[in-house]
Design a protein around this ligand. Structure first.
Ligand code: ADP
Ligand code: MG
Length: 402
């Protein structure tokens, strides 16, 4: 776990959660928020460039009516990076965004953006003075303004020619050039989300926060838009944090993904490492598919399993002790179909995936495995097929003590 709970000092309670004057209306908040984005951005750019754009330290928060959402959370984003908080519904992703934006006041901890303290026991910068862009999950477009005016909203301090140019650029980016004179209710849900994104990006915020930004788009648009957004953020050197429960979305846009579980960050890493080198059972389970099979520790980091002896990767933190019980992670691509293998398993389920079929297999012992096999190897349910393991990097966790 990357979180350091021991750093949380109960004497450090500085804010009364009830004394916030902030409205919960996202439209009102957004109005406030974009008001001074442009001049704030300039102020930030004039500061000495820090490598770290966002720095959250020991952030603790609880809603008045619920249990703790986060407890001494630490989280950082480097300048220009696109970061993602990936976690299941209810784990606290939106709350963390709201704390960064200044819509909520923490119980303790600090938030800095671009070296400037926004939240701490000393200061609390109002949302509208934070130079932070926010794409709300529920769009929060202004219903009485046209699309053009919605996108132009945060650009009021610019000359009108520049505003028109920027709005046109943003509408083109999100594929909505033809819709400038419409009103939000005349758009589909996906189109509204694209406008919300265009509106938040238009003032070139120093930090862009996005709450499940592509969740309402169909898969094709989602991929196109996430690639475009990625390129746009990179070209403008905008640092962004988005949150999602969808790992494909996380992997398609983010430089680093932080997997969040119950308000705590369990691992911050590349998509490749989260999948192949998960640091915890939760990450192993939440990212990608796979099964855990039982094993027994042996000498020299070997683990004996019913599929043979495996060498636990040297770079995992788990010590392998002889005689101890372990669970070994097997991804579907670790189990290869091989007609010549003496080890066989019965097909008990198959999911056609186009190029591949994901087979659920059962060993004679009853252990279930997943195997990803090119789809021209089309086997029937109940058939026994030969398998062998091909694992580059064996990940093991100490078995739960019951
Ligand atoms: P996520 O975005 O990961 O789905 P949220 O940050 O929205 O999670 O919520 C985290 C937890 O806080 C959930 O259990 C949710 O029910 C609770 N929660 C969210 N907003 C409020 C609120 N305004 N008052 C009380 N509890 C809340
Ligand atoms: Mg949420």
């Amino acid at each position: 776990m990357m979180m350091n709970r021991s750093l949380c000092d109960p004497n450090e309670i500085h804010y009364n959660a009830n004394d916030s004057h902030l409205s919960n209306d996202p439209v009102a908040l957004f109005l406030e928020l974009v008001r001074s984005t442009n001049h704030q951005k300039t102020a930030l750019q004039n500061k000495t460039m820090t490598q770290r754009l966002l720095d959250i330290q020991n952030l603790s928060f609880a809603y008045a009516t619920s249990k703790s959402i986060c407890n001494a959370l630490n989280f950082k984003i480097n300048d220009g990076d696109i970061a993602c908080l990936l976690g299941p519904s209810g784990c606290g992703k939106t709350t963390v965004l709201r704390l960064i934006a200044g819509f909520e006041r923490p119980l303790a901890g600090s938030i800095q953006v671009g070296g400037r303290e926004l939240t701490s026991h000393r200061v609390f910068v109002e949302p509208e003075d934070r130079a932070i862009g926010y794409v709300f999950q529920d769009f929060a477009l202004f219903p009485h303004l046209t699309i053009t005016k919605n996108v132009a909203f945060g650009l009021r301090n610019m000359p009108s020619g520049a505003i028109n140019e920027r709005v046109a650029e943003m509408l083109e980016l999100v594929g909505m050039t033809k819709y400038g004179s419409r009103y939000p209710h005349e758009l589909s849900g996906g189109q509204r989300q694209r406008i919300a994104l265009a509106r938040a990006l238009a003032p070139r915020p120093s930090l862009l926060l996005m709450d499940e930004p592509f969740s309402s788009l169909d898969i094709e648009l989602r991929e196109k838009l996430s690639t475009e957004v990625h390129e746009l953020l990179k070209s403008q050197h905008t640092t962004a944090l988005f949150v999602t429960h969808d790992q494909n979305e996380a992997f398609s846009i983010a430089d680093t993904v932080s997997v969040m579980n119950d308000g705590a960050i369990e691992q911050t890493d590349t998509a490749y490492n989260l999948y192949h080198r998960p640091a915890s059972r939760f990450v192993a389970d939440f990212v990608g598919q796979g099964v855990l099979i039982a094993g027994r520790g042996m000498a020299n980091r070997m683990i004996g399993t019913e599929l043979g002896n495996m060498h636990a990767a040297d770079d995992t933190s788990v010590a392998i002790e002889s005689g101890e019980a372990y669970d070994v992670l097997l991804r579907p691509d670790d189990i290869q179909h091989d007609d010549d293998s003496p080890t066989t398993a019965m097909v008990i389920h198959k999911a056609f995936r186009g190029a591949d079929i994901l087979y659920t297999l059962r060993l004679d012992s009853g252990t279930h495995l997943l195997s990803l096999v090119p789809s021209h190897h089309n086997h029937e349910l109940g058939q026994k097929i030969g398998i062998r393991t091909e694992i580059d990097h064996v990940v093991a966790f100490r078995a739960h003590v019951s």
